[in-house]
Design a binder for this molecule. Structure first.
Ligand code: HEC
Length: 286
């Protein structure tokens, strides 16, 4: 394999190291916090040299994490979450850069304020950063699923654990498993009945009016038909093979543009992809 080593690709790799570098200040800040306040509580202040070492390392790693983050952001689509992550990161990196200066000038009280502020700011910074690299709400999702189960059981319209906003129509679903079914009226894929539930399970957590990953909203038939807007569409009614949406579903697992991304729990079954193909082929009916 030939390597494509240019200043541009090296810079891109530096940007991707953001996900490694960011952990360094996140580890150093609590260490310094515990040392500084723990020692104060014990009445045995730690030597300035030790504090200075930690403060310099924190400032340098925070700067490296911030710089690589700016490079990585070039690869991402601008979003509200990315904007918030950036704002908190600027505040956190600024506070961290003050630390060695304040230690050096023996300004103990301002140092403690800057230290506590950096540590506090690492929480929202990390939170929005996590939302960017994982799905929004990833952390507490297991709790939500469990909480939803008892309600779901009482919901007469839903046959799986979660309450489904779209009423199911089981009477229209007696298809022979595995065999190519003929295209009768009942077999035509309809958006509300067949496609919306698939989108809701696998796609709308990232593609909704708030998150707009890839600049796409997939939360309604209209939004799917609009695509990126200005005629840049992701479905060509009647022509599945010319539709970016279907193309993105068929990509191999190691392809970054594969949808849903390969590391997602919720994946499409071949039958579901076939349903989407049919829906596009028959002109994207409601
Ligand atoms: C974990 C979040 C996530 C999920 C889930 C997800 N997507 Fe995406 N999608 C993205 C991101 C991020 C991009 C932008 C990728 C890029 O441009 O590098 C994207 C881009 C796309 C694109 C544009 C592809 C292109 O070639 O430009 C389509 C179409 C798409 N997604 C459809 C879907 C569909 C359909 C589903 C559900 C089956 C889905 N996505 C699920 C995050 C997601």
């Amino acid at each position: 394999m030939l390597l494509d080593v240019t200043s541009e690709t090296l810079l891109q790799v530096f940007g991707r190291f953001h996900i490694v570098l960011l952990h360094l200040p996140i580890g150093l800040l609590p260490a310094m916090f515990v040392l500084e306040f723990g020692a104060a509580m014990l009445g045995r202040p730690i030597p300035k040299g030790a504090l200075m070492t930690l403060a310099v390392m924190t400032a340098l790693t925070a700067a490296a994490a911030f710089g690589s983050g700016l490079v990585l952001a070039e690869e991402k689509v601008a979003s509200e979450t990315l904007g918030l992550h950036k704002k908190f990161a600027i505040a956190m990196a600024s506070c961290s850069l003050l630390l060695p200066i304040l230690v050096w000038r023996s300004r103990r009280a301002p140092f403690r304020v800057a230290l506590a502020a950096s540590l506090a700011l690492s929480i929202p910074t990390g939170h929005y950063g996590g939302d960017l690299s994982h799905k929004k709400g990833f952390l507490f999702k297991p709790l939500q699923r469990k909480a939803a189960a008892p309600h779901g059981a009482e919901q007469p319209t839903s046959s799986h654990g979660e309450p489904s906003p779209i009423p199911e129509q089981p009477e229209l679903d007696p298809k022979p498993a595995g065999s190519e079914a003929p295209q009768t009226a009942a077999e035509i894929a309809r958006y509300d009945r067949d496609i919306a539930p698939i989108m809701e399970r696998c796609c709308t957590s990232c593609h909704n009016p708030q998150d707009l990953d890839g600049d796409l909203d997939l939360s309604s038939r209209e939004a799917v038909l609009v695509g990126w807007g200005d005629g840049e569409t992701i479905v060509e009614p009647g022509d599945p093979d010319a539709s970016v949406l279907l193309e993105s579903l068929g990509r191999p697992e190691d392809d970054e543009m594969r949808m849903p991304p390969a590391d997602e729990d919720e994946q499409l079954t071949p039958e579901e992809i076939e349903k989407i193909r049919k829906w596009i082929l028959t002109g994207c009916p409601e």
